[in-house]
Ligand binder design. Structure first.
Ligand code: ASP
Ligand code: MG
Length: 417
């Protein structure tokens, strides 16, 4: 017998038929003798609709009331799933975040989970064989008692937090893809589903644009060592053997669980980048602070930074990237600080993309990035900027060359099917 968390996203609960399908997945695990907590998202599109309603009511509104509105989507699916399970003869009860409770910070709209009480759930597993159906995405602030939400995609984080609280053996994320791929299969059809990926690698993949799970949920999984299994909710429930150790999907786990570590695990990319170059900046202490301080104050995330050592000892050029949505704002901020920074001119481009190569094997292998430079040069793909860290390197290139760069690197590192 195992204790499982099963999380179902919006497309998996998009209508009553699909919720029935979810219930059959749950029943399969219960019949196999497992203890089950289910976490559900709102029906597909519901949260968008609720957010739009809040905005229509008033463009600027109290974040506490935003949460009161948008948390309702998950309340509906939790109740519906409990009803359907009961109808199938499975003991089930729905839970709102405040009922457990799931305690959070008071950052309404983007709250962080601080504590989850899973005791009652565990007692009911034991005494009544009762399935807990929990509304994802929502919690309650620990002192005001007001409903909070965890940010878009937050039910992944609910699921992992609950798995940690009840010491689940595994946290199954049922979604509309059947696992985590070496890269986006829409760009490279030869992308493969990974059997396993380490938390740190998944964190990089998710931060860099692989939209399988909320980034925060992976951080939590890593901290509490929750084994997360990404799998498809569209497989027919009766085709799956609940005792099998190898259902199709990807396990996100500690690197010690991964026997055959490849050097490179995946290629991520993001076209939502913009490049800014500042020309002829004085090469002296305090200049970086004068540039990046105001950007930080404006809440603009700076990612890649490249600075040259000046040839003449007086001025140099500095290039960095920001999210493309912040490009205009960043320009405004920098023009305002022109005097203080003392640069000659500013230029930039939003037609750039960041391609990243990820793998914990890079820690122990030299020359991994050098191979990429050569392969991209052969394809005449120009590299504008490079950053590296222990388990990844990222290259800034022209956006139009993204697909070709991704495919080149995918083949280069032996990731093709
Ligand atoms: N329903 C919420 C959203 O759409 C939370 C989630 O689905 O994870 O963002
Ligand atoms: Mg999601």
């Amino acid at each position: 017998m195992a204790r499982l968390v099963m999380k179902f996203g919006g497309t998996s609960v998009a209508d009553i038929d699909r919720i029935r399908n979810v219930a059959r997945h749950v029943k399969r695990e219960v019949d196999a003798g497992h203890e089950v907590a289910v976490i559900v998202s709102a029906m597909a599109g519901k949260t968008n609709e609720l957010v739009a309603w809040a905005r229509e009511a008033a463009p600027l509104h109290d974040a506490r009331e935003y949460d009161a509105v948008v948390a309702s989507g998950e309340q509906v699916t939790a109740g519906l799933l409990a009803i359907i399970l009961e109808g199938m003869g499975v003991n089930a009860r729905s839970w709102q975040g405040w009922q457990l409770p799931i305690l959070t910070s008071d950052a309404h709209g983007a709250a962080r989970i601080e504590d989850v009480n899973g005791e009652e759930l565990v007692r009911r597993f034991r005494e009544r064989k009762e399935v807990a159906v929990i509304a994802g995405f929502q919690g309650v602030h620990k002192t005001t008692g007001r409903i909070t939400t965890l940010g878009r995609g937050g039910s992944d984080t609910s699921a992992v937090a609950i798995a940690a609280a009840i010491h689940a053996d595994r946290c199954d994320i049922y979604t509309d893809v059947d696992g985590v791929y070496t890269t986006d299969p829409r760009v490279e059809p030869r992308a493969r589903r990974l059997d396993k990926i380490a938390f740190e690698e998944m964190l990089e993949m998710a931060s860099l644009g692989a939209k399988v799970m909320q980034v925060r949920s992976i951080e939590l999984g890593m901290v509490h060592n929750v084994r997360i299994f990404v799998r498809s909710s569209f497989d027919r429930p009766e085709d799956i053997d609940p005792m099998s150790n190898h259902p199709p999907g990807t396990l996100i786990c500690d690197e010690s669980e991964i026997m055959e570590q490849q050097v490179v695990t995946g290629i991520a990319f993001s076209k939502d980048e913009a490049q800014i170059s500042i020309r002829h900046v004085p090469d002296k202490p305090g200049v970086a602070a004068a540039i990046f301080g105001p950007l930080a104050e404006a809440n603009i995330n700076v990612d890649m930074i490249v600075q040259n050592i000046s040839a003449d000892g007086s001025t140099t050029d500095l290039t960095f990237t920001v999210p493309s949505v912040d490009y205009e704002r960043a320009n405004v901020v920098l023009k305002k600080s022109k005097e203080q920074i003392g640069y000659a001119s500013l230029d930039g481009s939003t037609d750039v993309a960041k391609v990243s190569v990820i793998g914990i094997g890079m820690r122990s292998h030299a020359g991994v990035a050098a191979q990429a430079f050569k392969a991209l040069a052969e394809q005449k793909i120009n590299i504008r900027a490079i950053t590296t860290s222990e388990i990844k390197f990222s290259l800034l290139i022209d956006a139009v060359r993204t697909d070709s760069a991704v495919r080149t690197l995918h083949t280069l590192y032996g990731l093709d099917k």
